[in-house]
Design a protein around this ligand. Sequence first.
Ligand SMILES: Nc1ncnc2c1ncn2[C@@H]1O[C@H](COP(=O)(O)OP(=O)(O)OP(=O)(O)O)[C@@H](O)[C@H]1O
Ligand SMILES: [Mg+2]
Length: 442
Amino acid sequence: MSDRRLDRRLQTLYACIEALFQAGSEQELLQCICDTLVADGEFLLAWIGYGENDPGKAVRPVAQAGHGRDFLEGATFSWGGEERGQAPAGAAIRTGKACWVDDIRTDPSFSPWRTAALAHGYASCMAVPLIAGAVDLHGTLNLYSAERHAFEQSAIAHFAGLATCLTRAVVALRGHLADDLTSGVTALRASEERRRAQEALHQAQTELAHVTRVMTLGELAASIAHEINQPLAAIIADANACLHWLDAARPPLDVVRETLVAIANDSDRAAEVISRIRAFLSRSSVPHGPCDPAEVIRGVLPLVHPELRRHGIILEMSLAADLPTVMGDRIQLQQVLLNLLMNAAEAMREVLPERRRLVVRSTVEHRDDGPWAVVAVEDAGVGFGNNGDARLFDAFYTTKPGGLGMGLSISRSIIDAHAGRLWATTNPGHGATFHVALPGMR
Ligand SMILES: Nc1ncnc2c1ncn2[C@@H]1O[C@H](COP(=O)(O)OP(=O)(O)OP(=O)(O)O)[C@@H](O)[C@H]1O
Ligand SMILES: [Mg+2]
């Protein structure tokens, strides 16, 4: 072989080796090898085929470059033992060895394709199997030349070596694909499991919040029953009075009308408490919607008022007029406030009656990300001391004989889920203040 041809083959080989390292996919690699092999003009056509497992055992071209694409479209090669399996393309797959035709004009094994091949100017051809050690891709690399006897032993050994490297590169790419797929599937599975775990956690938190709401109302039941009894007793008394007046020869209609208005008001009061209780006991977790913090506070008062009154606690309210609307679950926010009010009331049971004062204060705070609504519940109770505050929000932390220690922990998880903050401070004088801060709607 001339030095020039050897040089050109080496150049081509380097270009092929580069493709082996750089290709991102099997198809890209096979195409790049074919393109490189025809680039310097030594060969008219380069193609790579894989043996199919169909009944005809076809050799399917998967990449091709050079002159004569229509030749491949018309030619059907097979890797079976029949006549169409005698050409190098199929024979190399079947035998696992390099096969070649020195002269297409005369070689009987090429007779089915001879006319077309000669029309394309092909004079000789060669196929090397895509095999590397025990790995057999069941395919061939095929080269066609315009010269007869173009493929001497050294050329065949050279391209067989290239086919071995190509096989290893294809295996590596297929391995990466498998790895990518495996890690992709693992990541997907992990994210699906995480999503399910989060859903289950959310569900559990909602259930827990509901159970504790029921328990809290259970504690308040006696006071609330009393609260409803009062208007009911007034309604009965007023109704009896009306009946008595109507029996008179000239009923005092003005007084009767006034009393009926009082009956309607008392009924509204009782119905309001009952509807608050029903809403508060509802199981469902509703989608977050716009909530007016002042309305949240007003919604809790009918539930907690009787309890405060029973313990002689005076409630003061100081609500800012321009509180921003917040996004949230109204019932859950009411639950947080009720927990704070109950804790405050419980903290004041032991203190002198004249100190039993509770303040609910709402303010607007203007932060970098917009206005926040801050609601503070301030009591004058026993306080929790400077050391105790770290554990207040822990689940099951309680200092009360009948306490569960869940109130503050649930309240904090509710406020966290609203992208807000819940914290406690010790008052300068007596007692503690709990603060809830919620971002205004944007
Ligand atoms: N306003 C307060 N003043 C003083 N200590 C408080 C106050 N609020 C809460 N604490 C302390 O924090 C603890 C935890 O409160 P949390 O509401 O989580 O549970 P609990 O009130 O003990 O029980 P429950 O689950 O029935 O609400 C209380 O036991 C109490 O020691
Ligand atoms: Mg509590």
